[in-house]
Write a protein that binds this ligand. Structure first.
Ligand code: LFR
Length: 474
């Protein structure tokens, strides 16, 4: 994404897009990290073509928790493993034997997800490459290292390792010790807005850019950038960053670390400008993406637009699944797994693709409703409006269902909130948008097209649908 910002103006557009296609080999699911790096270089080249080779800065964000290991010479030891790989099975139990879940939560505030970095490292414990490793770099830090030669660990993403104490913003030696993690593997912490080096001569040569091009640490966790890119006014808002995942919650000045919060599986990820992203992970449009992938592989490719239109006409809330259930994390066979979940809870199976999609969207809206309600209850934060950002902001049906389910107005957009939040932090560091998050959000409101959805219908139908998943229990 190439952005231009300053003097109260902001524009941004896509100059290059490349696919992210994981590869399964030898029973392990990997990221194709060099293909991604090649895409990054092609993107820089495309950006430079539009600016005469000059860029005022570069910021990098990506998904969280995953990492590359480097040897003493700085060479990458194998491809980073995908968090959806099955290697973390049983690891939470292993770590829990040394550190009870309540203590782990009180120390880190991070929700239990089977793929948190701490569990990935536990899974890797007896793998020779971990013994050979001298450095661990989270994905955006790895890309930054290749671009600049400088190694750092950006804090918002570091918090998703489940090794950071959110009160101090520093590593928790106690958690690391109990989980058997060597904190010496991590490069020094840096915060959004900190300088992160300049593009290496070889990168300038590859991309046709003219140096120096500074790299700035941003909210390198895509969700940190997306929340920075929420065009909210004041603090009485909830956000849902919807893409492959739905990340739903509120922005707070301090973490919430109580036992109620742990039981509700809320996380306290660190955000831009010293904020806390108090949220819950919900399966998100992954459920839909995986259905589409399955149908296409089975010889029935669907076009998304017409399928969504049909889903909008399908019976509402006929069946719902628990969109927070880790059973949906792994890829493969998604329509059947959704049907099986409907059967298990005594609901009718979807009869066709449109009904499956309707089930997915109703289930996401239901999970959004629960997350927003729990975030309000557990944090005490008042919420007047729900902002939906990320790719899902384009999905009008999902946005309307979410407004209906929450009984709150929804403001949809921008879809590219992560890229905009990334740019806002760079612009703040460069002095082009002074005044922190509140000011940057004002600029977003003034420049980005937003869509409004008013809630309709009775929220009691959503309550009844939720009861089907819990068998009437709370
Ligand atoms: C969203 C996201 C989520 C994180 C998941 C795995 O892209 O970064 O915040 O929980 O991916 O890294």
């Amino acid at each position: 994404m190439l952005a231009s910002v300053g003097d109260g103006a902001l524009s941004m557009r896509e100059v290059h897009r490349f696919p992210n296609e994981p590869v399964r080999v030898g029973g392990t699911l990997y990221w194709d990290i060099l293909a991604l790096y090649r895409g990054v270089l092609a993107g820089l080249r495309a950006a430079g073509r539009e600016t005469g080779g000059r860029l005022a800065g570069v910021g990098i964000d990506s998904w969280a928790v995953d990492y590359g290991l480097l040897d003493a010479s700085g060479a990458l030891l194998g491809n980073p493993v995908h968090y959806r790989d099955g290697r973390t099975e049983g690891m939470a139990e292993r770590v829990a034997r040394r550190l009870p879940p309540a203590e782990l939560y009180a120390a880190t505030g991070i929700q239990h997800l089977p793929f948190n970095t701490v569990y990935q490292l536990a899974a890797e414990r007896d793998v020779p490459r971990l013994a050979a490793a001298r450095r661990l770099l989270l994905i955006p830090d790895l890309i930054a290292y290749w671009l600049t030669g400088e190694a750092g660990t950006e804090l918002t993403n570091a918090s998703t390792t489940q090794l950071i104490d959110p009160r101090t913003g520093d590593w928790s030696p106690r958690v690391a010790e109990a989980a058997g993690v060597d904190l010496g593997l991590f490069a020094p912490l840096r915060r959004p807005g900190d300088p992160a080096g300049t593009l290496l001569p070889e990168v300038l040569a590859e991309t046709g850019l003219t140096g120096p091009v500074p790299v700035t640490a941003v909210g390198s966790h895509d969700t940190a950038s997306a929340v920075a890119g929420v065009p909210a006014e004041g603090d009485r808002f909830a956000y849902i960053a919807t893409g492959t995942w739905s990340l739903a919650g509120v922005e707070l000045p301090a973490p919430v670390l109580g036992e109620d919060s742990r039981r509700a599986n809320f996380t306290n990820e660190l955000g831009v400008d010293g904020t806390v992203r108090y949220l819950r992970n919900i399966m998100g449009l992954w459920l839909l993406q995986e259905c589409l992938r399955h149908w296409a592989a089975a010889g029935t490719p669907y076009e998304l637009g017409p399928l969504l239109a049909e889903a909008a006409r399908a019976p509402a809330l006929r069946s719902v699944v628990d969109a927070g259930d880790p059973e949906f994390i792994a890829p493969g066979g998604m329509p059947d797994r959704i049907a099986a979940a409907c059967r298990r809870t005594g609901q009718p199976e979807p009869r066709d693709a449109a009904e499956t999609v309707r089930c997915v969207l109703d289930s996401l809206a239901l999970a959004h409703r629960a997350a927003v309600a729990d975030a309000r209850r557990l944090s005490g934060r008042a919420v007047d409006v729900v902002h939906i950002v990320g790719g899902g902001a384009h999905n009008e049906l999902l946005c309307q269902l979410t407004a209906d389910a929450c009984g709150l107005p929804v403001v949809a957009g921008p879809a590219e909130a992560a890229a905009l939040g990334n740019v806002m932090v760079q612009a703040g560091a460069a002095g082009a948008v002074p005044g922190g998050l509140a000011h940057a959000r004002g600029l977003l409101r003034a420049t980005q097209p937003l869509r409004h959805h008013e809630p309709s219908g009775d929220t009691a139908v959503w309550e009844r649908a939720a009861a089907r998943l819990t068998g009437g229990r709370d």
